[in-house]
Design a protein around this ligand. Structure first.
Ligand code: SF4
Length: 341
């Protein structure tokens, strides 16, 4: 494939573009960070790769002046929140569909819905999935709450429940419902369930459009086609799908689960396509009749990465992340509470 780099009138093959990116990386004080769901050719360019929690932690420990983050906006924001001295650029300012389902105004509405059911604000402990923008994390931090990821959500909720409060879980209703089910707790979804007051975990009605693609019918299809197959899914999948899976785990947990399987053991995986495609090639299937690609993760191209690095070299960095100090301060409080645990 050849890329025409607009404005520069250059014509590069994929390999030439990779060489140019590697060359810029050597000359600049920059670290390229890539999430597991990125396109293969972009993922290959990452100096730091991983899931959202790994990326936030590893990038914090890195000392390069510039971070070029190939992922979605909330991830770049998390780096800026935790390391404000770094200059964070994103080749594409792509926004996760789930993170876009809530903002600070909708967050306030969720708190109000709980108050209307007789739950006083001081008895609400909010937890936000890391897949949320900085303004929502700041609201949660201000109300005494914290962030969680899909790897540590159960542990974070267990800790939070020690305070004896009702949990407001935003924005992913599926993760909240799945964790509640795993812990034998009662969950309710704002806007769907009439009785919020009797639930332990009250979930905002957001979801991941990619993980909604996996269904119980897909599980039945694979179990019938390959008797003995294992079904492994991400907890952003619908609770009905998680209930019939053999394994439910975060991205890193799924990678480990599949790597530990006998090579002859067939497995169908319910998570983003680019990641599944990069796992072991033999006996691994995508748990869907469609291609479950995350459109926003796929927005970042090799060309975008090259242009972003070139903009640093040219002294005019593009797509830089800025967060106002008040939002950053409170979002950091929410993130730090999670990291401390
Ligand atoms: Fe957001 Fe879902 Fe894409 Fe992850 S896969 S970035 S949760 S839309």
């Amino acid at each position: 494939m050849r890329f025409i780099v607009q404005g520069l009138c250059l014509n590069y093959t994929t390999e030439e573009l990779k060489e140019k990116i590697n060359d810029l990386k050597k000359r600049l004080d920059v670290t390229v960070v890539a999430h597991f769901y990125q396109r293969d050719e972009v993922f290959e360019m990452g100096d730091i790769t991983g899931d959202s929690l790994e990326l936030a932690k590893k990038t914090m420990a890195d000392d390069a002046e510039y971070v070029v983050f190939c992922g979605v906006a909330f991830m770049g924001q998390s780096v800026k929140v935790l390391s404000p001295e770094k200059r964070v650029l994103m080749p594409k300012l792509a926004c996760c569909a789930m993170a876009r389902m809530i903002d600070s105004m909708y967050y306030d509405d969720a708190v109000k819905a709980m108050e209307e059911q007789g739950i006083a604000k001081e008895n609400i402990l909010p937890i936000t999935y890391i897949n949320s923008n900085a303004d929502v994390k700041a609201k949660v931090g201000k109300m005494g709450g914290m962030v969680c990821t899909s790897s540590n959500a159960k542990m974070i909720i267990e800790k939070a429940l020690e305070e004896g409060k009702k949990i407001l879980f935003v924005p992913d209703r599926c993760l909240g419902q799945n964790i509640a089910h795993m812990m034998g707790l009662k969950s309710a979804v704002i806007g769907e369930d009439e009785d919020l007051a009797s639930a332990d975990i009250i979930c905002y009605n957001g979801f991941c459009s990619v993980h909604q693609l996996f269904s119980v019918d897909d599980v039945a299809f694979y179990r019938k086609k390959y008797p003995g197959i294992k079904i492994a899914v991400h907890p952003e999948c619908d609770p009905s799908v998680c209930a019939v899976a053999d394994f439910v785990g975060s991205t890193s947990q799924l990678i480990k689960y599949i790597a530990d399987l006998d090579p002859e053991q067939k497995v169908a995986v319910g998570t983003e396509f680019n990641l599944v495609n990069r796992l072991r090639k033999k006996n691994t299937y995508v748990l869907s009749s469609t291609k479950p690609e995350c459109p926003t993760m796929n927005e970042t191209t090799l060309e975008d990465l090259y242009l972003t690095l070139k903009s640093i070299e040219d002294g005019e960095p593009i797509n830089e992340i800025f967060i106002d100090e008040e939002t950053r301060k409170w979002a950091k409080v929410a993130l730090d509470r999670m990291l401390a645990l």
